[in-house]
Design a protein around this ligand. Structure first.
Ligand SMILES: Cc1cc2nc3c(=O)[nH]c(=O)nc-3n(C[C@H](O)[C@H](O)[C@H](O)COP(=O)(O)OP(=O)(O)OC[C@H]3O[C@@H](n4cnc5c(N)ncnc54)[C@H](O)[C@@H]3O)c2cc1C
Ligand code: SF4
Length: 351
């Protein structure tokens, strides 16, 4: 294993200064980063341990109705916060559908946002991978690629972003608070992850030293609580990444959709907001035919990047089902491990 320096800064400012050096990486729970280091995929010279930093492990309700979630809050603590699950049920459902109970107990909010792709060739240092080694090629092209991207991919990289959590967060217009060398700034989560283009190694809008300190859900995000779902199709019911997922959130008044949010996971290098589909749904009466048309719009630009044409039709069906379930209403109790959306879940529409 490559030798590296380990530092434990005492404050956010010290952490940013320590991580601004080339070759440095932040260490949160390490459930992704340490695996990558053990496999020789990530080779930082310096690990900046942020796990003990004060103030990053809080969930705060702000005066304007926003919710501020510290970057070190664990995925489990957030999902099991009763008030959080009541106000943002699709986000809690997404968190609970990720990884395993043990991993969720450790994994942090910031780490989840910045986890790396699960493309098998990225993890295999004997393979060519433009994301791991710029300009080396992409063995996923023409290789095992049935779970790869169908939207926003390029000839350089066809990998997907694996986070469940990010999908409803993007749908709900979450904001990321960042502490960097020039001080504090914030960006929409929708702008955090980049599409690969010709530079797939550049995955986010973050600069060296940038530390995610919190994620904020704006006041409007609570307005969807009565009609919000996250649906994930995976190759087994638990402990597996999404093949395709969808977050759907509706605000229904007098039988019509007054507002709607829709995002897809497992289809692109970033969580994929389906704005054209949202535009169609606004003002419509919830019904299967309009949901089908929305799904068609959401996947209008999709194209297979290999052996994965099936994902396009699968994604359309998951969009229809997520919208149908959201329209039917948020269940009173979110299952700890959501069953497969292809199993018997209620799909009746109560407009
Ligand atoms: C077997 C397995 C199954 C999994 N299944 C799923 C799944 O189904 N769905 C899903 O969504 N996830 C899944 N995960 C991924 C898991 O959710 C992530 O590993 C976890 O969320 C990462 O959080 P962490 O705190 O451990 O991050 P770390 O591993 O510590 O860090 C991950 C990356 O984020 C950076 N980082 C961490 N915190 C910050 C910060 N505050 N600011 C800036 N950079 C930061 C690190 O430098 C590193 O690059 C799975 C993981 C495993 C191992
Ligand atoms: S798809 Fe992207 S991550 Fe996977 S091998 Fe190709 S360049 Fe690497």
């Amino acid at each position: 294993m490559k030798q590296f320096e380990y530092v434990r800064p005492a404050s956010v400012a010290e952490a940013v200064a320590a991580a601004a050096r080339p070759g440095a990486a932040y260490l949160a729970a390490g459930t992704n980063l340490l695996d990558l280091m053990k496999g020789g995929v990530s080779r930082p010279d310096r690990l900046v341990d942020i796990t003990h930093l004060d103030g990053l492990d809080r969930i705060e309700r702000l005066a304007d109705g926003s919710l501020r979630i510290g970057a070190l809050v664990s995925n489990a603590d957030l999902a099991h916060d009763a008030e959080f699950a009541r106000c943002y049920p699709a986000v809690a459902e997404a968190l609970l559908s990720g990884a395993s109970a043990q991993l969720r107990n450790a994994a942090t909010v910031g780490g989840n946002l910045l986890q790396r792709t699960r493309c098998a060739y990225f993890y295999d240092t004997a393979s060519r991978c433009n994301k791991r080694e710029a300009g080396s090629g992409c063995d996923a092209r023409g290789g095992e690629n049935r779970t790869h991207a169908v939207l926003g991919w390029s000839e350089s990289c066809i990998a997907t972003h694996p986070s469940d959590f990010c999908v409803p967060l993007v749908a709900l217009d979450a904001i990321v608070e960042i502490e960097g060398r020039a001080g504090r700034r914030e960006i929409a989560l929708d702008d955090l992850h980049r599409l690969p283009g010709e530079t797939p190694a550049r995955e986010t809008a973050l600069e060296p030293g940038d530390l995610i300190v919190a994620v904020r859900l704006p006041p409007a995000a609570r307005e969807f609580a009565a009609h919000a779902r996250y649906l994930k199709v995976r190759e087994r019911t638990s402990y597996a990444f999404a093949v395709v997922s969808a977050a759907a959130a509706l605000r229904i008044e007098n039988g019509r959709i007054r507002d709607v949010r829709l995002a897809l996971g497992g289809v692109a290098a970033r969580p994929w907001r389906a704005r054209a589909a949202e535009d169609l749904l606004k003002g419509a009466t919830p019904a299967k035919d309009v949901f089908r048309e929305a799904a068609r719009r959401a996947l209008a630009d999709a194209k297979p990047s290999g052996d994965n044409a099936f994902k396009i039709e699968l994604a359309r069906r998951i969009v229809v089902r997520a919208l149908t379930l959201a329209a039917a209403g948020t269940p009173a109790r979110i299952p700890a491990l959501p069953a497969s959306p292809l199993a018997s879940t209620s799909g009746a529409i109560h407009a």
